[in-house]
Design a protein around this ligand. Structure first.
Ligand code: TXA
Ligand code: MG
Length: 324
C-alpha cells in the first residue's frame, strides 16, 4: 500500500518529530528524512532503503549558524565554503557531536552536513526543530528520485509520507568535500562544480578512484545509481541499434540517429546545468519503456559534467556485474 503525499511542511515535520520516515524535496534530489538524533528512526532509513549499515547518512540543517549542533569543530576553510555555498548542493565532512548517533555516521567520528536550498525542506527543518538525516529516497543502488512520483513508485510502500515539492532544480546529489587544513578534497562530485569550489579553496583534490572495499566516501561503490535497464556509454556518434532490439538513447544535445525505440535529449543548447536537472528524470522515463538497453552519451569533463559522468559510469558498472 502506498503512503500519502502532501504539500504541507507542517505535516511532514510532525511525522519526523514522532520518529517517522518522510520523503522530502531538496534542490538536488528527494531525500528520505528522519530525526538525525533518534537512532531508531535512523535505523528505519536503512531498513526502508535496504542500505548497508557501513554507508553513512547526510545530516541536514536549516542554516549554517546551526552547524555547531552536529559538528564539534569547523575548520576555517570549511567555514568559508559553507558561507559561500550554503544553502546549496555542498556536503561538508566534519567531526561529529555526540548527539549524532553512531548509526547515522556508520560508526565514523565524522558527520556529513548540508544546508539544503529548498523552501519546503527549510520549513520542515525549522518546524521539526531537529537535524534531519536524509539519504536519497531511492532503494539502495537504484536511480535517485527528482520528483515525488519517482519516490512514490520506488518506495511508496516502505515510508510514512511524501512531501511533494515539485521537480528538483539541480537534479544531481550534493558535492561531498572533506577539508584537511587548507586543502579541500572532493569525495563525491555533485551539484556544486569543482570550478566553483576552486574560487574559494584554490586547488582542489579529487579523491583517487576509490577501491570498492575502502572508498573514502563509503557510499561511492562502483555499482550505484542504476536503472533496471542495462546502460552503456558512448562518445561521438551514437552506435546503430542491433536489428530488432529496443534501444533507448540519452544524449546531451538533440541528435538524429534512426533505429532507436526511444530518445531523450537533456538540453537543446548543451547546457550542463539544464542537463543535470533533467538527467535522473530522463533515466527514470527510459527505464519505464521496456528497453533492452540504454545508450548514454558521456558528458564533457567540466562543470556538472563530472558529476553526471560519475553517475553514468556507476550505472554502467552495475550492468556489467549483473550480466556477468
Ligand atoms: O544531495 C544530497 O547529498 C542528497 C540530498 C537528500 O541531500 N543526499 C544524498 O545522500 O545523496 P546519499 O545517502 O545518497 O549519499 C550520502 C553519501 C554516503 O553514501 C557517503 O558516501 C557520504 O555521503 N558520507 C556521509 N557521511 C560521510 C562521512 N562521515 N564520511 C565520508 N562520507 C560520508
Ligand atoms: Mg544516494
Amino acid at each position: 500500500m502506498n503512503c500519502p503525499v502532501t504539500t504541507d511542511p507542517a505535516r511532514a515535520a510532525e511525522v519526523i518529530r514522532r520518529g517517522g520516515l518522510v520523503a522530502l524535496p531538496t534542490e538536488t534530489v528527494y531525500g528520505l528524512g528522519a530525526d538525525a538524533t533518534n537512532p531508531v528512526a535512523a535505523a528505519g532509513i536503512f531498513a526502508a532503503k535496504q542500505r548497508p549499515f557501513f554507508d553513512p547518512l547526510i545530516v541536514h540543517l536549516p542554516s549554517a549558524a546551526e552547524v555547531g549542533r552536529v559538528a564539534s569543530s569547523v575548520p576555517e576553510l570549511a567555514r568559508r565554503l559553507a558561507k559561500k555555498f550554503w544553502p546549496g548542493p555542498l556536503t561538508l565532512i566534519l567531526p561529529k557531536q555526540p548527539v549524532i548517533p553512531d548509526i547515522v555516521t556508520s560508526g565514523l567520528e565524522t558527520v556529513g552536513v548540508r544546508v539544503p536550498d529548498h523552501p519546503l525542506m527549510q520549513r520542515v527543518l525549522e518546524l521539526a526543530g531537529c537535524p534531519i538525516a536524509a539519504p536519497s529516497a531511492n532503494p539502495f543502488g537504484r536511480l535517485s528520485p527528482t520528483r515525488a512520483e519517482h519516490v512514490l513508485s520506488l518506495m511508496g510502500a516502505d515510508i510514512d509520507l511524501i512531501l511533494d515539492g515539485g521537480t528538483c532544480s539541480v537534479g544531481v546529489e550534493s558535492t561531498i568535500i572533506r577539508v584537511d587544513g587548507d586543502v579541500a578534497t572532493i569525495l563525491r562530485p555533485g551539484g556544486l562544480s569543482l570550478e566553483a569550489i576552486s574560487t574559494v579553496a584554490g586547488q582542489v583534490r579529487i579523491a583517487a578512484e576509490e577501491s570498492p572495499t575502502h572508498p573514502e566516501a563509503p557510499g561511492m561503490l562502483p555499482q550505484h545509481y542504476a536503472p533496471a535497464t542495462p546502460v552503456v556509454c558512448y562518445s561521438g556518434v551514437p552506435p546503430l541499434p542491433s536489428p530488432g532490439a529496443r534501444w533507448g538513447l540519452l544524449s546531451l544535445k538533440p541528435v538524429h540517429q534512426p533505429g532507436y525505440a526511444e530518445a531523450r535529449f537533456l538540453s537543446e543548447s548543451g547546457n550542463l546545468l539544464e542537463a543535470a536537472a533533467r538527467f535522473f528524470e530522463a533515466l527514470h522515463e527510459l527505464d519505464r519503456e521496456n528497453l533492452d538497453q540504454i545508450v548514454a552519451e558521456s558528458f564533457p569533463d567540466e562543470g556538472l559534467g563530472r558529476a553526471l559522468n560519475d553517475r553514468l559510469k556507476r550505472a554502467a558498472a552495475t550492468n556489467r556485474v549483473a550480466r556477468a
